[in-house]
Design a protein around this ligand. Sequence first.
Ligand code: HEC
Ligand code: HEC
Length: 149
Amino acid sequence: MRLAILVSLLFAAHAAQAQSAADSIEAEKRMYLEAIAKQIAGNENKPAAEVFKNIKMMKDNTARRLLNIMNFGFSRSLGVGCTHCHVANDWANDEKATKNVAREMAAMVQTINQKLLPEIEGLRAKRPTVNCTTCHRGEVQPALSMPPR
Ligand code: HEC
Ligand code: HEC
């Protein structure tokens, strides 16, 4: 009986810890996104490459859309904050390997969607699509096996 209470308390503590880590990532992301929004105020709908300094792949996107991809497409899909890929407040800097990995991942996704999936016959979707979430599902390392049930 006591053991069961202890186990459930530990479990609750663990869940609370995970939740507060997620909350602090969210708070940090909000802080950075608000600071950038101020810097680019009035230019949100211009091409990202005109507004930012080091755009190699997202040339077809507006600045606003780039920030949405950063927030939802990238950070949320991988379950990380901005500084997983960026030197904080030095967004154009390419020093972190993860930033370049992300560029190569985006190229891989493009090849899968534009070349490999269309070659498979008999799929249900008209335009079968994968994105970062398809593999990452909130984790840096995609799963290779089903979670135990
Ligand atoms: C998974 C890695 C990853 C995460 C997480 C990420 N970014 Fe990025 N970010 C990139 C990549 C890659 C580029 C370059 C895009 C390109 O070359 O077109 C970029 C570009 C940028 C740029 C343009 C910088 C410039 O001047 O060229 C800004 C601003 C930016 N990110 C902000 C953020 C913010 C804010 C967050 C968190 C909400 C974030 N990023 C999360 C990978 C990431
Ligand atoms: C087909 C599955 C798949 C898709 C889709 C995918 N990834 Fe990945 N990603 C992986 C695998 C596998 C790894 C390697 C994990 C490891 O190192 O064990 C990885 C690793 C990464 C890493 C390195 C993380 C680290 O900290 O080491 C980044 C960053 C990343 N992916 C970003 C992205 C982004 C951004 C997208 C969407 C544009 C994306 N990935 C889409 C499978 C995928």
